[in-house]
Ligand binder design. Structure first.
Ligand SMILES: [Zn+2]
Length: 117
């Protein structure tokens, strides 16, 4: 399997082994086994890596955007509060789902510890 195929499986939230079964059983809960090929998914944890990547990306995005908004339009403070809190929380949760799946797919591709095939 190529790195491109592994990336596609990760970004489509699919099993890293077959690319057909779903990776998640709930929003961020990895399924115990792939329903298509019975590959044991639960044993392979991405740990804190995805959360760190999402935190860094969202921090840079939100801080840069808030500063741009402030210096360009000078809105009232309450607008920053109602704008950036939902964007930060929603964006982080949505992005975390895809980054976690991508981490697991790349761990599988590179035969990381615990992912011996
Ligand atoms: Zn599978």
């Amino acid at each position: 399997m190529s790195i491109l195929e592994a990336t596609k499986r990760g970004l489509r939230l699919r099993c890293p082994a077959c690319g057909k079964g779903s990776l998640y059983q709930a929003f961020l809960t990895v399924d115990a086994k792939c329903k298509a090929c019975t590959f044991p998914l639960k044993e392979h944890d991405a740990a804190d890596g995805p959360a760190y990547v999402v935190m860094v990306f969202m921090s840079i995005f939100v801080i840069t955007s808030a500063l741009w908004l402030e210096f360009t339009y000078n809105p009232p403070a309450w607008l920053h509060v109602i704008l950036w809190i939902p964007i930060t929380l929603g964006g982080s949760l949505l992005l975390l789902r895809y980054v976690k799946s991508l981490f697991i797919a790349l761990q599988y591709h590179y035969n990381a510890e615990g992912f011996r095939q």
